[in-house]
Design a protein around this ligand. Sequence first.
Ligand code: UD1
Length: 422
Amino acid sequence: MDSIVVTGGAPLSGQIQIAGAKNAALALMPATLLSEEPLTLTNAPRLSDIATMTQLLQSLGAEVTALQDGKVQVMSSHGAINTTAEYDIVRKMRASNLVLGPLLAREGHAVVSLPGGCAIGARPMDIHTDGLEKMGAEIDLRDGYLHAKAAGGRLKGAVIDFPFASVGATENIMMAATLAKGTTVINNAAREPEIVDLADCLRSMGAQIDGDGTSTITVQGVDRLGAATHQVVTDRIELGTYMLAPVFTGGEVECLGGRIDLVASFVEKLREAGIDVTETANGLKVSRNGNRPKAVNVTTEPFPGFPTDLQAQMMAMLCLAEGTSVLEEKIFENRFMHAPELMRMGAQIDVQGGTATVTGVEKLKGAPVMATDLRASVSLILAGLAAEGETVVNRVYHLDRGYEQLVRKLSGVGAQVERVSN
Ligand code: UD1
């Protein structure tokens, strides 16, 4: 299995091109199940999670073709759809559950394996299924699979109040509602940029959606959706990750394609920590000239709050800050697994339930480390950029899920990073 070896200390300078958003693409690809005409996505990232979604859609009978330059064409022709999403694929990636809404809307029935837990928490699907039941679906759990059927063969519009602004449930219900009979209103909807991106794409396909980006989304069902070409929004988590890199090393990095509206709460915290962030004609530039960042307190929240997917990377930075920071994780119950690994590098962190208190140290030291999820893994790479000596990050397959060409991008700005096969 491959490892990534980081030798700390090199200041960074240059530009990094930010890819299209993994989490947007994972919702956009299943949208193809709502139409019998092709959906072409441009700026799709090349990641193993996208390969898993490709495999899932192919298992359902869709055709997925990788074109040149990050273009992906997805098509699910008339009569070709199988409505069972098998455990063997779904267990690999929770976002597989995003086929449930589209399959049910298109075919009137679907059987989708429950994804099961993952390293960061239990992650149930009750908000998705309660919403679909309000739209007239009957859903039973049998043999680990959700068996869903729309009464009368077609979902109907409903007013749905989410108990929590779940990203995946908002995407599933929004997609299902595009072909339902009548109007669906989602109250307490998630407001993430990936939701707006999905709504934009669905509108290009002919859907009638209003209010995406706010807490109330209204969808007027239509009889059919058509073809579309859509550009995947910038990956705000990859953006935030690379914006942090020069904070660890000193120097200056411009993230091409970065937009402040995608990462406003994160930028606010960086500036509070004394880091310079400037908007350029092509993206966002971050620089640090000698001074250590200052301690800041961070609480993760649904968008527009501080993203849980940048919590691990921020914690790594705070390990080197001047003073004591408190990090509160409010989205997932078990998302501090990077803390003990950072402590192996000399960090001072005290975790009590969902709260981590980080007392900054002047130096971290390289060590062999590993992590159990994607963002935790990249936080160790960032810490390695600042550490004395060599940091060997194992279980690289987590990084391959969400960071396209990580080694090339970081070494392109002067980092000493290499991938080695063990
Ligand atoms: C998405 C992102 C993930 C990000 C998360 C929160 C994708 C592919 N993944 O995941 O990277 O970390 O948003 O920003 O876009 N919950 C329930 N019942 C449900 C659904 C969710 O209790 O039916 C809970 C979850 O256990 C979790 C919280 O709600 O504690 C947030 O989950 P949700 O917003 O649904 O995250 P995902 O869509 O799975």
